[in-house]
Design a protein around this ligand. Structure first.
Ligand SMILES: Cc1cc2nc3c(=O)[nH]c(=O)nc-3n(C[C@H](O)[C@H](O)[C@H](O)COP(=O)(O)OP(=O)(O)OC[C@H]3O[C@@H](n4cnc5c(N)ncnc54)[C@H](O)[C@@H]3O)c2cc1C
Length: 459
């Protein structure tokens, strides 16, 4: 007989495969509602694509790549609060970002109390655009604000590139470079000419066109694993959940349109009432046979693809950067983050910088030495004091599968959380969350899929 959900007397077990943000948030949501959880993760730690490690020479905690969140990342923020680690992150009171272009610094910031027009005062003073282009931006923002992403528009906008939509709405090369792509490249991890208008508009509407607080930027003051790995492991253990680290699913046993059990090693077979696969889409296509994918309309997943991010960490013997972070519009380095400031280590006399290169497909095949040489040259060009300082240490982290690409049509390829296999659900930043492939998208997918599981059980 099918089990029914009863919070007081819940004997339903859910096995979650994948311990990234999506699996973690599904696990926490379900445990809070009384479910029993098994969490299976192939790596020796939880956190997935958000992790950090100790760098050998400096002994600093180093993230796999600089991760930023925004005030609009409601589910991610709630997750941090429920893990009691919200005090380990910092979020700006109001958005403030400096942008270096042709030797001049421009500042984009949010002015509270102006509602949707909170960016307007800084836009009027922004030195990288002439008056006519500022008017173009205003026009484009109003047009973006008027788009309804819930309606049939979604399908039409998913087919179009955001660049095309912008050009249809009076934008030119200059406004695209100095404003639109400045926001889109780091948030969608791809150049604006590649991403769909649907995802581009989603980002603009939910961040800078939302209330001022939603566009503030946040960072972890500690290595990402300190936010997620141990705090989540403790939470799960205290709630009597089971964690299996260093374990991958070896085989799946389906029967009568149900997943009966999964084998995670020679002698461990796990049987539970429900299964949530919270693993990247390419891992899922490796695990499921073509037949299972086809029969359950999951074959569109194979049309998805990844976009890389390169993180370069440099340590200098002198302080060379004052800002918390800076966008370099004419440099392949894109964004430079001052780790001293982010980690509240302003008393240091040496400098740890983290460079984040999004949509890095043109650079991903360069060797690590070539990438360090390139970044050093660019840093010395943009921060003259670096010419008289010594590079103490450098590391490069190439994240080839950093996020999914939000190419035209890609939203239609992203599956919903409930599959047509009775007891099998999907989570991950690549599922149909309404969000791009981000920490918020991942956490939301975990909440959506576990909430849907509960809803279906309660019916
Ligand atoms: C360098 C970098 C920078 C980024 N910057 C930002 C940013 O600034 N802001 C932002 O919001 N997002 C950013 N992202 C994206 C963000 O990290 C991801 O969207 C998010 O972490 C994805 O979480 P997930 O749970 O969907 O997937 P994952 O984190 O990939 O989790 C999936 C987990 O499943 C495990 N797994 C896979 N196969 C199996 C198997 N067969 N059995 C068991 N376990 C398995 C994996 O080991 C992994 O732990 C960045 C990503 C990278 C790489």
């Amino acid at each position: 007989m099918e089990k029914k959900y009863n919070k007081q007397n819940n004997d339903i077990t859910v096995t979650i495969i994948g311990g990234g943000l999506s699996g973690i948030s599904a696990a926490i949501n379900l445990m809070n509602k009384g479910f029993k959880i098994n969490l299976i993760e192939k790596r020796p730690y939880l956190g997935g694509r958000t992790f950090s490690f100790t760098e050998k020479v400096t002994q600093d905690q180093v993230d796999n790549g600089q991760h930023l969140f925004m005030g609009c990342f409601k589910n991610f923020i709630n997750l941090l609060k429920s893990l009691s680690v919200y005090d380990k992150v910092y979020i700006q009171k109001n958005l403030r970002s400096e942008i270096l272009s042709e030797g001049k610094i421009g500042i984009l910031k949010s002015s509270p109390y102006l509602g949707k027009f909170h960016m307007l005062p800084s836009l009027l003073k922004y030195p990288h655009l002439n008056f006519k282009d500022k008017f173009r931006i205003l026009y484009g923002m109003i047009k973006a604000d008027l788009v309804n992403l819930e309606s049939d528009n979604a399908i039409r906008l998913d087919k179009l590139t955001f660049e095309k939509w912008l050009k249809n709405n009076y934008q030119n090369k200059n406004t695209i470079k100095h404003i639109w792509n400045l926001i889109i490249l780091p948030t969608l991890n791809d150049d604006i000419s590649n991403v769909s208008a649907y995802m581009g508009l989603m980002v603009i509407k939910n961040s800078i066109l939302a209330k001022p607080k939603e566009s503030s930027l946040g960072f972890s003051k500690f290595g990402l694993s300190q936010l997620l790995d141990k705090p989540v492991q403790n939470f799960i253990k205290e709630s009597k959940g089971e964690i299996f680290l260093n374990k991958t699913v070896k085989s799946l046993n389906f029967k009568n349109n149900k997943l009966e059990n999964i084998k995670i090693s020679k002698d461990i077979v796990i049987k539970s009432d429900f299964y949530i696969f919270a693993i990247p889409f390419n891992e899922l296509t490796n695990l499921f046979t073509k037949n299972i994918l086809n029969e359950n309309n999951l074959n569109t997943i194979s049309n998805l693809s990844f976009s890389p991010i390169i993180a370069i960490h440099l340590w200098f013997d002198k302080i060379i950067m004052g800002q918390e972070f800076l966008a370099l519009l004419e440099s392949p380095l894109q964004w430079v983050f001052n780790r001293n400031k982010i980690e509240d280590k302003s008393n240091l006399t040496n400098q740890h910088l983290c460079i984040s290169i999004s949509g890095a497909s043109d650079l991903i095949n360069l060797s690590k030495n070539e990438l360090i040489k390139l970044s050093l040259k660019e840093i010395r060009k943009h921060f003259p004091v670096a010419n008289s300082s010594k590079l103490i240490q450098s590391i490069v982290i190439k994240n080839s599968n950093a996020t999914i690409r939000h190419l035209p049509n890609s939203y239609s390829y992203r599956p919903k959380n409930k599959t047509s296999i009775n007891n099998l659900y999907l989570a991950g930043d690549w599922t149909k969350t309404g969000w791009p492939s981000t920490m918020e998208g991942a956490v939301k997918s975990g909440i959506d899929c576990s909430s849907e599981l509960i809803k279906n059980l309660s019916q």
